[in-house]
Design a protein around this ligand. Structure first.
Ligand SMILES: [Zn+2]
Length: 200
């Protein structure tokens, strides 16, 4: 229970400090939110979205799952995108994967069962599609990072193909989708140079 007690204590301290630095911040934020970014990332404990981007509460809507997958049949992810685009009218969706991803590694090893196996199923298709490229990597760690990169590109495309995003672009809504990778060994967040800003 020590870890749980510590969490609550740290929270009290965080809230006090924030209120001291910016009096009235919680009262103001309690009224509404208007983030400009939807962050879709892996839920790995080593990549806390807000901390590594230096963003504050209210800056980003964050949605995380194992291996940062955008599954068009997943109502949880689809509703996050719908809310972000239609209600919050965010400007950017960022798909962020990372190096040394356990979900990606498990998919490559093919040793998962039950729900996890089902969740990681889309990665199997990606492995088959890029078999040669992945086989040319010299070891498992390199294959993991290569598949992470391929996965980020695929998820950017998946987001672009959602009805919500397609409709937003048809309406002329400004909305861009980006692919980022986070290096857990250095703390560096890098753009993968993938940006989609419309149906073209
Ligand atoms: Zn991961």
């Amino acid at each position: 229970m020590e870890a749980i007690k510590q969490l609550l204590e740290q929270n009290r301290k965080w809230a006090e400090d924030r209120e001291q630095q910016d009096p009235g911040c919680f009262a103001r934020q309690s009224k509404s939110q208007s983030p400009k970014i939807l962050w879709i990332g892996c839920c790995d404990s080593r990549m806390p979205a807000e901390q590594l981007t230096g963003t504050e509460p209210g800056d980003m809507l964050v949605y995380r799952n194992i291996a940062n997958l955008v599954n068009l049949n997943d109502p949880s992810c689809m509703s996050a995108i719908q809310f972000a685009v239609n209600v919050l009218q965010i400007d950017h969706i960022i798909i962020t994967g990372h190096t040394n991803c356990g979900g990606i590694s498990a998919a490559l090893k093919g040793n998962t069962t039950d729900d996890l196996h089902e969740w990681l199923e889309p990665l199997q298709g990606l492995c088959d599609q890029h078999k040669e490229e992945l086989n040319s990597c010299c070891n498992h760690d390199q294959r993991v990072d290569q598949l992470s990169a391929l996965n980020i590109k695929q998820q950017v495309l998946n987001v672009a193909e959602t009805d919500v995003v397609q409709q937003a672009w048809k309406r002329g809504q400004q909305l861009s989708i980006h692919g980022f990778i986070y290096d857990v060994a250095s703390g560096e967040l890098r753009s993968m140079g993938i940006h989609i800003s419309g149906t073209d």
